[in-house]
Design a protein around this ligand. Structure first.
Ligand code: PLP
Length: 468
């Protein structure tokens, strides 16, 4: 029999062990010791239950990854079946396995034409890291070894490898880690709300193109290898560039003779509507990085898609007797690959991609409605990826001072109301609900978030900050 007194002490012990031993990702060590974690136990569809039995709606798909929602039984079945038959197969030494081969084929069919080759990783960070290694290898292969400089965007996020964290432009990923490296450069983000001509799409696009050209000129065109960007900047605060931006940057990269690496780790797999965000702009990058929605978080996996012309150049330059020294023990892991194949089936035959597009319209309407809230300065989104930006003054767009801890208070309030969203610093609340979300769940998410915003507005210090 289940004794709740035992459960309580068991949970207390678990929290204590977590505080004592587990280093959480992107978390202050001392902060974690003080606050502890919210320990999750199970999930079903859009819903998560914690160890105290508290049920909350997850409007962030875990970490923008569980695109198919929790508890998809068919995924569990294919994973169990693959583990029984063959839990592991290396891709080294001319071995392989059927799930990895079928998945590579399927991705090349889904991706923009010309990305005919796939290298599998364990997640997004090592996908970015792998893409950068291959780009370096490529320029050596074609006899341009001086082209080794990379340009990325302010507010970009490209993972937590030493390379990706340097391409990232978020202060806490650099501070104390001696990043960025001298070969990693950044240009201004196409951030319409904070852009002096943000109301004018063409001006925002033109300023990005001009900034890239200026940076390439400053470094020297013969030294720049690639431009690297997310189609919509996720961890920087869901920054949505104007339509046509990615296409314009693709054209600029071609004119400048540099490669384009598009990081679709968040935006891939229906998150913004189509299978890949590149598709909406008719863009084929030279490299595309994928993870998250690839397996919907049911197992770790990422991928680098490589353009045919890059692949051929590397292939032609490498002597056959000398293996190209890049690979992981778990590249193309058969269980992850089998899961990814089932996840892709759910997006397509399972109707999740079309449900995502349908419910995305309701999502956009809810976001737009929140614009009227006294705390909300901006709302933005595409597909099922969106954010609201909080300001203390809608006219000047001034934010809240750090000591008010708006982000921390909102996280607590939304949790209390029974919804998980992501608070970025003191300003932005991000949303990334799963593609299985139905209309009433979508309404519930916004009802709860609005309740949390209203409760924040009731706090005297927030109220007076708003008046100032
Ligand atoms: N690239 C982008 C755009 C991401 O958003 C992330 C993770 O959030 C990564 C790379 C890193 O992926 P991972 O955390 O799977 O290593």
């Amino acid at each position: 029999a289940h004794d709740p007194r035992f459960a309580r002490s068991h949970n207390q012990a678990l929290l204590e062990l977590d505080r004592r031993h587990l280093i959480h990702p992107v978390t202050s060590f001392r902060g974690h010791e003080r606050h502890g974690a919210r320990i999750l136990e199970s999930g079903e569809g859009m819903w998560l239950t914690d160890i105290d039995g508290r049920r909350v709606i997850d409007a962030f798909a875990g970490l923008w990854c569980v695109n198919v929602g929790y508890g998809q039984e068919s995924i569990v079945e294919v994973a169990a079946e693959q583990m029984r038959r063959l839990p592991y197969a290396t891709g080294y030494f001319h071995f392989g396995s059927e799930p990895a081969i079928r998945l590579a084929h399927e991705l090349t069919q889904l991706a923009p034409e010309g990305l005919g080759h796939v290298f599998f990783t364990l997640g997004g960070s090592d996908a970015v890291d792998s893409a950068v290694r291959y780009i370096v290898h490529y320029f050596n292969a074609i006899g341009k070894p001086e082209k080794k400089q990379f340009i990325a965007l302010d507010w970009g996020y490209h993972g937590s490898s030493s390379t990706g964290a340097g391409l990232t432009a978020l202060a806490n990923f650099h501070r104390g880690f001696d990043l960025p490296r001298p070969w990693q450069h950044h240009i201004a983000s196409p951030y319409p709300y904070r852009h002096p001509e943000g109301h004018d799409d063409a001006a925002v696009i033109a300023s990005s193109v001009a900034a890239l050209k200026a940076k390439v000129e400053e470094i020297g065109a013969d030294k720049v290898a690639a431009f690297c960007c997310e189609p919509i900047q996720g961890s920087g605060g869901v920054i949505v560039p104007p339509k046509g931006w990615l296409k314009a940057l693709r054209t600029a990269c071609d004119e400048l003779g540099i490669l384009m690496l598009v990081d679709e780790v968040i935006t891939g797999f229906g998150r913004t509507g189509p299978m890949f965000a590149c598709e909406a702009e008719g863009v084929t990058p030279d490299f595309m990085t994928l993870a998250k929605g690839l397996t919907s978080g049911y197992a770790p996996m990422g991928a680098v898609m490589m353009a045919n012309h890059v692949y051929d150049a590397i292939a032609d330059a490498a002597p056959e007797a000398l293996p190209i020294g890049h690979g992981f023990t778990y590249s193309g892991h058969p269980v992850s690959a089998a899961i990814a194949l089932e996840v892709l089936r759910l997006y397509q035959e399972g109707g999740l991609l079309s449900n995502g597009e349908r419910v995305g319209i309701r999502f956009a309407q809810h976001l737009e409605r929140l614009r009227a809230h006294p705390l909300v300065g901006d709302t933005r989104g595409r597909g099922l990826l969106g954010a609201i930006e909080l300001v203390s003054n809608k006219g000047t767009k001034a934010g809240f001072s750090a000591d008010l801890d708006v982000g921390g208070r909102l996280s607590a309030l939304t949790w209390e109301k029974g919804v998980i969203v992501r608070c970025f610093g003191n300003a932005v609340i991000g949303f990334a609900p799963a593609l299985c979300c139905n209309d009433s769940e979508m309404d519930m998410i916004f009802e709860r978030v609005e309740g949390a915003l209203d409760a924040l507005l009731e706090m005297p210090d927030i109220r007076s900050a708003l008046r100032s």
